[in-house]
Design a protein around this ligand. Structure first.
Ligand SMILES: *Cc1c(COP(=O)(O)O)cnc(C)c1O
Length: 374
């Protein structure tokens, strides 16, 4: 049996251990320290905008804190892209609020501005203005930032930008992670860079960052004893984990370049297969191509190909199953147009790691070609 080819696996630079050793040598083995500050600075510098970064335990905790900082609470409604990972929507329910799911458009596969406005009007007519809009840059492809922001401004609803999959992507030459009232990043094991597990909340003011860090460290008021006037969370990133992050930031751009070259390789190698299509970058969009995704001509072809790859020990995965189709969210309202269901049926994510070798890529293409020959 050939060795397993993973969808997206961790890829270390070699610089990580230096920061971890430093943390041990100086005994900063704690959820604060020079690596946490250094990692936050690295991200801030990379984003190259007037933003502030709080390093946290996960992307999910960053989303949760953003909703808390926006005052989302029991009985509120929060709009959320339906085609996404469940972590985009779960924190809405942690707050006792209801997610309102919005379908996708075909150009980027992200939140459809038309459905968004229909939904906002309808929710207002039914008596509640949504408290926030959670929009996601799926697989690294930026959502329609201008269109979504315009609607958000029109109805005065803040945007939470879920940039978990899109560090290194750009929209009109500006970095993803800088478009929301709050933005979040993830450094989970399969993301474009990883700290083994971790995330970040990006805020527009230092004050909001400080409030996020306060909440993330158990909301301790300043007093010699433990004094609390608010409910806190244990959401801060560890200084060891942040050391991995500092090492990973040194190769972020080369990871983006490699993932983009994987995508290009798939497009080139499969261009004569009329059953396979790709998501192109619209003008002004730059995707980190976190995952290379293809659309097949039918659900049957997609599932057949997935199983054929599995037989060859190659991991692939259908696109995200929309949240409005998830049993756990079935009672919540959704505004749909059929696009995300169609993408779920016909879409497949191919191995996309920045550490894929030429030999592995060739193996994947051979397996795909063999499936279509038989
Ligand atoms: C990975 C991911 C998250 C959650 O990040 P974690 O760090 O795993 O908590 C949220 N949203 C999207 C779109 C993701 O892909």
């Amino acid at each position: 049996m050939n060795p397993k080819i993973w969808l997206s696996s961790p890829h270390m630079s070699g610089n990580e251990l230096k920061y971890i050793t430093e943390a041990f040598d100086t005994n900063w083995v704690a959820p604060l320290g020079p690596n946490v500050n250094g990692f936050e600075n690295d991200i801030q510098t990379y984003l190259n905008e007037d933003r502030h970064v709080a390093a946290l335990a996960s992307g999910t905790s960053a989303l949760h804190l953003s909703l808390i900082l926006l005052g989302v609470s029991q009985g509120d409604e929060v709009i959320c892209q339906s085609k996404t990972f469940s972590a985009s929507a779960n924190p809405i329910v942690y707050q006792g609020a209801s997610p309102i799911f919005i379908d996708s458009e075909k150009d980027t596969w992200n939140m459809c501005p038309v459905q968004l406005e229909i939904a906002i009007k309808d929710r207002i007519a039914k008596g509640k203005t949504p408290k926030a809009i959670i929009a996601v840059h799926l697989y690294g492809m930026p959502y329609k930032v201008d269109e979504i922001n315009k609607i958000a401004v029109k109805y005065n609803i803040p945007v939470v930008e879920d940039s978990a999959e899109s560090l290194g992507s750009q929209y009109k030459n500006k970095n993803c992670g800088t478009f929301g009232d709050f933005s979040i990043l993830s450094f989970n094991g399969n993301k474009i860079i990883t700290t083994s597990g971790g995330g970040a909340l990006i805020t527009k003011t230092l004050k909001l960052k400080e409030k996020a860090v306060f909440l993330a460290t158990q909301a301790r008021d300043s007093a010699p004893h433990y004094l609390h006037t608010e409910i806190g969370y244990n959401y801060r990133m560890s200084n060891i984990v942040a050391g991995i992050g500092r090492g990973q930031m040194t190769i972020l751009d080369s990871h983006v370049a490699k993932r983009r070259s994987n995508y290009k390789f798939y497009v080139e190698s499969l261009k004569n297969n009329e059953k396979i299509t790709f998501l192109q970058e619209p003008k002004g969009y730059f995707s980190n191509r976190w995952l290379s995704c293809i659309l097949l001509d039918s659900k049957e072809t997609r599932e057949g190909l997935r199983l054929a790859l599995e037989k060859e020990n190659i991991e692939s995965r259908p696109l995200w199953k929309p949240m409005h189709q998830q049993p756990v969210f079935k009672e919540y309202p959704s505004y749909t147009n059929g696009v995300s269901d169609e993408l779920f049926n016909r879409g497949l994510c191919l191995p996309s790691g920045s550490n894929l070798t030429k030999n592995e890529l060739d193996r994947i293409i051979s397996a795909i070609n063999a499936y279509f020959v038989t």
